[in-house]
Design a protein around this ligand. Structure first.
Ligand SMILES: Cc1cc2nc3c(=O)[nH]c(=O)nc-3n(C[C@H](O)[C@H](O)[C@H](O)COP(=O)(O)O)c2cc1C
Length: 305
């Protein structure tokens, strides 16, 4: 019998799938639904210090193999969100609190608030491509990534995950900087900055003009980023971007990811996609004779020069 259990920085997950930040994780109730559907862990919506309404609409454009979103990090602020975490914690899966902020002090403070709210790990959103002054705007240089990770590590005792942007010439440098700053794991990738223009209206479709691309179209980029990062750091890598089947999750595991996150697939398939992906990973392992996930981790690196 194959075993899908995995331990990431002390977080014990019954399977390697996590809910990615930003999809169905605004309330305790929606997080419980995803946990019940089979997710091995839940990452919360990225939460800031104060309530934020986000960008004006349209905030999402659906494309053939992708979504382009510019939600603008809408969230109720950390104080109000603590109640949602309390409710989500009634599920028997690890809850990872995602935070964003405009400086290392603000992010460290939020991470502490998350720890006090009871999350098992904190994920630093250093990578959202469509919120001015936040996310990728402060997570695009190795110096800032290292400084922020160090500040958070000095402030909390729970594991710290750094979520990195692919909108850079070298995501490997960002991953190395996160490791140097003390991050316990890196998460790759957040969305790619993009734009859709309506020729009829002669203007960008999104209210914010720019958005972040997610879904199947970005999977080869996510897999490439994980593959490169795996060769450059010793901390665990969590892969995300365009996963909607077990086979696609296995691609990330073989690139070197210890776990995977799923976001956009829920848009099309609902939370049941978690159970489906886990069954498909299991079937793949049975068919090819793997008994443990670790037997697949990084195997795509072998035999290549
Ligand atoms: C509607 C939407 C909202 C998102 N919000 C966040 C967010 O608040 N914080 C964050 O770190 N990533 C956010 N993301 C990015 C996802 O967590 C993920 O990194 C990305 O979408 C790639 O994975 P996917 O193709 O499985 O969606 C969001 C993505 C979508 C589609």
């Amino acid at each position: 019998m194959t075993n899908l259990a995995v331990d990431i920085c002390g977080l014990r997950m019954k399977n390697p799938t996590m809910l990615a930040s930003g999809v169905l994780d605004e309330t305790g109730k929606s997080m419980l639904v995803v946990a019940k559907a089979g997710a091995g862990a839940i990452v919360t919506k990225s939460i800031g210090k104060e309530p934020r309404v986000g960008h004006s609409g349209p905030t999402i454009v659906e494309l053939p193999q992708a979504l382009l979103n510019a939600m603008g990090l809408p969230n109720p602020g950390i104080e109000a969100y603590a109640a949602e975490i309390a409710e989500a914690k009634t599920a028997e899966v690890p809850i990872i609190g995602s935070v964003f902020g405009g400086s290392e002090q603000e992010i460290a403070e939020l991470a502490k608030n998350m720890q006090e709210a009871g999350v098992e790990a904190v994920e630093l959103n250093l990578s959202c491509p469509h919120a001015k002054g936040y996310g990728a705007e402060i997570g695009s240089t190795p110096e800032m990534v290292e400084t922020i990770c160090r500040a958070v590590k000095e402030t909390v005792t729970i594991p710290v995950f750094a979520k990195l942007t692919p909108n850079t010439s070298s995501i490997v440098s960002l991953a190395k900087a996160a490791e140097k700053g003390g991050a316990d794991a890196v998460v790759a990738i957040n969305t790619l900055k993009g734009m859709v223009i309506s020729p009829e209206a002669k203007m960008p479709v999104l209210g914010n003009r720019y958005g972040g691309l997610s879904g199947p179209a970005i999977r080869p980029i996510g897999v490439r980023c994980v593959y490169e990062i795996y060769e450059a750091v010793s901390i665990p890598v969590i892969g995300v971007g365009g996963i909607s089947t077990g086979r696609e999750a296995v691609e990330y595991l073989m690139a070197g990811a210890k776990a995977v996150q799923i976001g956009t697939a829920i848009w099309k398939e609902g939370p049941e996609v978690f159970g489906k992906i886990c069954r498909e990973i299991q079937d793949f392992m049975d068919e090819f004779g793997y008994t443990k996930l670790s037997e697949m981790t990084g195997v795509a690196h072998h035999g290549r020069t």
